[in-house]
Design a protein around this ligand. Structure first.
Ligand SMILES: C[S@@+](CC[C@H](N)C(=O)[O-])C[C@H]1O[C@@H](n2cnc3c(N)ncnc32)[C@H](O)[C@@H]1O
Length: 246
């Protein structure tokens, strides 16, 4: 089954300990640091809208795009409950169709690791650049090479929650530089649990691979930081933020 189909309906249960408000605070600190007061923001790979809906709640105009219709369905329902006017679009970020002159394009929580081919990633960086206004920001993060190869790769994780349990088996392939995740979910339906399986793959990019691709795009400024700080990443950084200004 394709990635983020069954998983979409339990994603928020499994992410419930993530401090999304703190995540938005960090994004707003980035806006301040780069002197940007954005109005129009696009979030690529927005998933179930945890970031997009919260940004809209803070009065930004937000469009969220994602490859998974199921994730978008959940995002849309949550936006309706929160009464926030986010526009959700079903789009592969490899074929971006967005308004021009955007203030900010975001992609957080691993979206770029799902782009397995360097040529696709380069083309995404170029399209993002073309859709930003002068001074606009491109903010994205990756799960680091260290995290995918040493923490997630070659490990199995399991969690047992009320109504949903999962087994997450990970295999890191050094040659491809890709971590393949096999997910088995057991979701309660009345007295029985239904088993679902799906597979995801994430590429373990090294920060220098990303910076050398970004160097070829004419951004005026480019920085990268250990996530949620403005410090340079260290050898054990698990999430790295890249910030590019047009
Ligand atoms: C780990 S989730 C992150 C979701 C969300 N950004 C968050 O913070 O919770 C990764 C998302 O990337 C999406 N994705 C993967 N490949 C994509 C692609 N080529 N284009 C658009 N979205 C993609 C998946 O469907 C999934 O919703």
């Amino acid at each position: 089954m394709s990635a983020y189909s069954s998983f979409a309906y339990v994603y928020d249960i499994l992410m419930r300990d993530v401090n999304y408000e703190g995540w938005i605070d960090y994004i707003e600190q980035i806006f301040n640091r780069y002197g940007l007061k954005p109005r129009n923001i696009v979030e690529l790979a927005c998933g179930t809208g945890n970031i997009a809906n919260r940004l809209a709640k803070r009065d930004y105009n937000v469009i969220g795009t994602d490859l998974s219709e199921d994730m978008l369905m959940v995002a849309q329902e949550k936006a309706a409950d929160l009464e926030v006017p986010v526009i959700y679009l079903h789009q592969d970020m490899k074929e971006m169709m967005l308004p021009n002159e955007l203030d900010c394009i975001l992609c957080v929580c691993d979206g770029m690791n799902y782009i397995l081919k360097e040529s696709d990633l380069k083309q995404i960086f170029q399209s993002v650049y073309e859709h930003l206004k002068d001074g606009g920001l491109f903010i994205f993060d990756i799960s680091s090479h260290y995290k995918l190869s040493h923490i997630l790769g070659r490990n199995t994780f399991a969690e047992n929650h009320k109504g949903v349990s999962y087994i997450w088996e990970n295999y890191y392939d050094e040659k491809r530089g890709v971590c393949d995740f096999d997910l088995t979910l057991f979701v309660q339906e009345e007295k029985l649990y239904r088993k679902h399986t799906e597979s995801h793959s994430q590429r373990a990019y090294r920060e220098e691979e990303i910076t050398s691709m970004l160097d070829k795009i004419p951004f005026k400024k480019m920085d990268f930081f250990d996530a949620f700080t403005f410090q340079k990443p260290n050898l054990e950084s698990e999430r790295i933020y890249f910030i590019c200004q047009k």
